[in-house]
Design a protein around this ligand. Structure first.
Ligand code: ASP
Ligand code: MG
Length: 413
């Protein structure tokens, strides 16, 4: 007998019929003798609607009330699934975040889980064989007693955290795709489903644009070593397909040099021309951005012709672009630059693989291949298991396809 967490995303619980289908997946695992905790998202589109209602009610609404509103979507699906499970003879009860409790920080709208008491859930599994149906995405801040939410996509994180708290053998994330692909199959039809991917690689894939899982959930899975399985809720509940297992790298036998290609259109580039080339200038630029909670990603600095000034290019998320420009504009005097230029039509394409640690020249091959296609690289960053290039957005598909076949990831036709 094993203990499992099964998580179902918004499209999997989009209506009552789909919730019935989810119940059949749960039934299969429960009848196989497993102790099961289920974590659910809100019905597809529900959270967007709730978020929009908050903005309509008041553009600058307060954080705790926003959370009170948006957390409600998960309360509904947790209750509905428990009802449907009971109806087909599986003992179940719903749990809201605060009832467990799942305690979080008070960063409303993007709170982090601090602790989960899984004791009562486990006791009831053992004593009554009861399935715990947990509302994802929500928690509570202990000191204020207020509801919190974990940021968009946060139910994945709820699921992995519950799995760690109840010492589950595995966390199964059921979604509308049947696993993690070498890249987005909508861009590269010959992308392959991976059998396995290492935690570190998945963390990079998710951080660099792959949208399957919330980044924080992968971090937690890695820290607590929770084997996490991404699989489809649209498979026949009686005969589910394989999915992708996210696991420790030791559990992966054949490790390709590059495992996947990710891309993110959520990038904007800012260039400051003729910045004084003297100590303290970088701090003068990036300090205020950091204080404003703006994440700077790629940075390149080039010495210009006159040697006393330099050009500085860096990227920020699209959502922070205007804010970053305003901050730099207001400090133009202190920083001292001649001109600021910006570009939002850029995309970051990344190749990820723990095999890069032991192979030289992996990125160099990509630069050559992209050049042959006439794709200009605006910026580059590398780390131990990935490299990223910033290019014009118009070349996204060409670049992703080029790298995908360059590293032998295309599925045989
Ligand atoms: N319902 C929330 C959202 O749409 C959380 C989740 O689905 O993971 O972001
Ligand atoms: Mg999701």
């Amino acid at each position: 007998m094993s203990r499992l967490v099964m998580k179902f995303g918004g499209t999997s619980v989009a209506n009552i019929e789909r919730i019935r289908n989810v119940a059949l997946h749960v039934k299969r695992e429960a009848e196989a003798g497993n102790q099961v905790a289920v974590v659910v998202s809100a019905m597809a589109g529900k959270t967007d609607e709730l978020v929009a209602w908050c903005s309509e009610a008041a553009p600058l609404h307060n954080g705790p009330e926003y959370d009170a509103v948006v957390a409600s979507g998960e309360q509904v699906t947790a209750g509905l699934l428990a009802i449907v499970l009971e109806e087909i003879g599986i003992p179940a009860r719903s749990w809201q975040g605060w009832q467990i409790p799942i305690l979080t920080t008070d960063a409303h709208g993007s709170a982090r889980i601090e602790s989960i008491d899984g004791g009562e859930i486990v006791r009831r599994m053992e004593r009554y064989g009861e399935v715990a149906v947990v509302a994802g995405f929500q928690g509570m801040h202990k000191e204020t007693g207020r509801l919190t939410t974990l940021g968009r996509g946060g139910s994945d994180t709820s699921a992995v955290a519950v799995a760690a708290a109840i010492h589950a053998e595995r966390c199964d994330i059921y979604t509308d795709v049947d696993g993690v692909y070498t890249t987005d199959p909508r861009i590269v039809p010959r992308a392959k489903r991976m059998e396995r991917i290492a935690f570190e690689e998945m963390l990079e894939m998710a951080s660099l644009g792959a949208k399957v899982l919330q980044v924080r959930s992968v971090e937690l899975a890695m820290v607590y070593k929770v084997p996490t399985y991404v699989r489809s809720s649209f498979d026949d509940p009686a005969a589910p397909g394989a999915g992708t297992l996210i696991c420790s790298e030791e559990d992966i036998v054949e490790q390709p040099v590059v495992s996947g290609i990710a891309f993110s259109r959520d990038e904007a580039q800012i260039t400051l021309r003729r910045v004084a080339d003297k100590p303290g200038v970088a701090a003068g630029i990036f300090g205020p951005l950091a204080e404003a909670n703006i994440n700077v990603d790629m940075i390149i600095q080039v010495v210009s012709d006159d040697t006393t000034t330099t050009d500085l290019t860096f990227t920020v998320g699209t959502a922070d672009y205007e804010r970053a420009r305003n901050i730099l504009e207001s400090r133009r005097g202190q920083i001292g630059y001649a001109d600021m230029q910006g570009q939002t039509e850029v995309v970051k394409v990344s190749a990820i693989g723990i095999g890069m640690r032991s192979h030289a020249g992996v990125a160099a091959r990509a630069f050559r291949a992209l050049a042959e296609k006439g794709i200009n690289i605006r910026a580059i960053t590398t780390s131990e298991i990935k490299f990223s290039v910033l290019i014009d957005e118009a070349y996204t598909e060409l670049a992703v396809r080029t790298l995908h076949s360059l590293y032998g990831l295309d599925r045989a036709a």
